[in-house]
Write a protein that binds this ligand. Sequence first.
Ligand code: CAA
Length: 379
Amino acid sequence: MKFNFSEEHLMIQKSARDFAQQELLPGVIERDELQKFPKEEISKMGQMGFMGMMTSPKYGGGGMDTVSYILAMEEISKIDASSSVIMSVNNSLVCWGIEKYGTEDQKQKYLPKLTSGENIGAFCLSEPEAGSDATSQRTTAIENKDHYVLNGTKNWITNGNSASIYLVIAQSDVEKKHKGINVFILERDWDGISIGAKENKLGIRGSDTHSVMFSDVKIPKENKIGEDGFGFKFAMQTLSGGRIGIAAQALGIASGAYELALKYSKERKAFGKPICHHQAIAFKLADMATEIEAARLLCLKAAWDKDNGRDYSLSGAMAKLYCAERAMQISIEAVQIHGGYGYVKEYHVERLMRDAKITQIYEGTSEIQKIVISRSIIS
Ligand code: CAA
């Protein structure tokens, strides 16, 4: 058993860390405050190879392993969780889903622009009445000669307005329940697609979250992914990998908050000494460091499972659950260690605390991860 990273892993980690410090940190408070999408930053992330890290070089991707992706996600998320969710959806849901299950034509047509960052992808599963209960899709895609006709509304779609490519999950045969669900690749400028108002969110405010509406959208049959009825399995398989990315995002938020708290606690003096030398603070730091180490190991184990062809839905769910819960708690503690300064924006920890909350909700809430984990260990 080896616990060391390869030279390549360390290089990717460093390049993500440097990029986050140099390119993401300077505008992160303003983007959060103004809910400004990091357009230029994402374009640079595309040029750096962060938007299609695991995709084959044949389609413009980096051909890297999941461990590399996790290391980069952690570093980007330490500084800007809004940019990292855009990266995560593009990498592990959209690019991975198309490369794994798409036709050669679909891959050649859509992947190069997604991996380069020229196009951004969105994953449209959730609906006003189908969030956790994902089989209850109301959006319909009805077959009609050489195409499908799509009608319905998707909610809380990350990259909702900035995406050029949408993966849309929809019901094609109600009688068959989840076995009648399909998945399609849609292009933003097709007739019948409209975008709802931007959600005014608690955290990850730089990312754009919208509802996306479909009214009689004509989808050519060649834009369906997989066999008839494959859509729900596609969503579940894709989300199993997506959850490893969100686990890494949560890990990054936790480690970012911890690093800031550690630094501050060494500088800030109270009662005649740096506050890190007060046991109340030192023990908090000890707990944070231990939990982050555990979270990182769970995350890397899930990534390793994926890279080695092992089942990763259980390890991914465990990583997502633990990292998200720790990110929330650790970022709250980081604010507490900062005291009054933690409550103001310049010190970054309040943003990390707000950003942490979503990791307990999207790509399957913590409660959904417990369903996945408990079913797996009980069965
Ligand atoms: N891989 C492959 N197949 C899977 C699977 C997996 N991980 N999980 C379930 N399935 C299959 C089952 O085997 C079953 O197939 P069969 O009928 O052929 O046996 C089928 O899917 C239905 O499974 P269940 O009976 O377990 O379905 P369920 O209704 O009980 O619920 C669930 C399953 C795990 C709760 C699921 O609904 C779920 O994960 N819900 C959460 C949805 C979610 O994560 N949404 C996130 C939105 S996307 C997002 O947030 C992106 C973003 O913008 C950031």
